[in-house]
Ligand binder design. Structure first.
Ligand code: UDP
Ligand code: MG
Length: 312
């Protein structure tokens, strides 16, 4: 099992307690990999304390905050099981459901089991609205295999995990990549609970980031739309220019600056929009070409004994 943890001290004790009960009750050999995504609130110490009394809990530390999806990558890379369940630490995904995920995978002989939120009335209207929009859009762009309302709570068998890790993507969005891999899958419904404690780490900015990563990782069509938009706007401007010249020659005084202002603003904004779009794709290419790892796992410091010979 893989859980990304970022500043979750308040909910960790409850998470550890409920998850341990759920995993011990499975009757399977398991390991829980908690990826501490550079927490600064004492989650680190809380995880260490939990690991002292829970041998199956392995704590992996990232040197700095790498983000939710990168933390999942780190956990997947460290995982060794025949199947991996990823879950959030905030108990919005009930650990008790893991037994159902495992049972469904066995019963239906599938490689992926999505936990799908059957109800999300604990979420704010805004979160529900944006989520709806997001999943609709992504089903159009990335294919209808995308499970609406499936977050990052899912079971994957080893081949799925290995395929994911073999992808060289710098900004993976797992809820899109897993369906894209095309393994047989099934779903288990659950009712999303409210966050047990603490607060979300997905403010508007990060939600937008995930949205932009999702779109740009699956299609270059916004660039093409930008071209069409540019074409349409320039033909319109050409007509406007002809009209202005003809009107001037016919002796009409051009009445106002309003039209000029509007046109300038409009063109400027369309250009900025297109440049921004280009920037999104260029940024992805740039990050990809740098090839920097998405995260660094902390390693034990080599013991530099004081009496070790120093070569000069
Ligand atoms: N998380 C993380 N790194 C981050 C942000 C979030 O590892 O930079 C973890 C967080 O601890 C939680 C999961 O990702 O386990 C989902 O985050 P959150 O619950 O804040 O998102 P929401 O459910 O509000 O969309
Ligand atoms: Mg949450």
């Amino acid at each position: 099992m893989v859980v990304p943890v970022y500043n979750e001290r308040e909910v960790l004790p409850l998470f550890v307690e409920r998850t341990r009960r759920a995993l011990d009750g499975l009757g399977e050999a398991y390991e829980l990999i908690a990826v501490d995504d550079g927490s600064t609130d004492g989650s680190r110490e809380a995880l260490d304390a939990a690991a002292d009394v829970w041998p199956q809990l392995r704590v992996l530390r990232l040197r700095r905050n790498a983000g939710h999806q990168a933390a999942i990558t780190a956990g997947l890379a460290a995982s060794r099981g025949d199947a991996v369940v990823t879950i959030d630490a905030d108990l919005q995904d009930p650990p008790e459901l893991i037994a159902d995920l495992v049972a469904a995978a066995r019963r239906e002989q599938v490689d992926v089991v999505y936990a799908v939120r059957s109800r999300r009335d604990v979420d704010t209207a805004f979160k529900r609205g944006t989520a709806r929009l997001y999943y609709r859009l992504m089903r159009r762009i990335a294919g209808t295999d995308i499970q609406p309302d499936a977050g990052d709570f899912r079971l994957m068998t080893r081949p799925v995990v290995d395929d994911l890790l073999a992808l060289p993507e710098r900004h993976p969005v797992y809820r899109l990549l897993v369906p894209w891999l095309g393994y047989p899958s099934t779903t288990v419904a659950y009712e999303r609970e409210a966050r047990a404690a603490g607060r979300t780490h997905y403010p508007l900015g990060r939600m937008l980031r995930l949205g932009i990563d999702s779109v740009t990782s699956f299609t270059a069509s916004p660039l093409r739309y930008a071209t069409w938009l540019g074409l349409a706007v320039s033909s319109f401007s050409a007509l406007l220019a002809v009209w202005a010249v003809v009107a001037r020659l016919a002796g009409h005084v051009v009445p106002g600056w309003t039209s000029v202002l509007v046109a300038v603003l409009f063109l400027g904004s369309v250009q900025l929009l297109c440049v921004g779009l280009l920037g999104e794709y260029l940024g992805r290419l740039y990050a990809q070409s740098q090839g920097r790892p998405a995260f660094y796992v902390e390693r034990p410091r080599p013991g530099l004994a004081s009496d070790s010979p120093v070569e000069g």
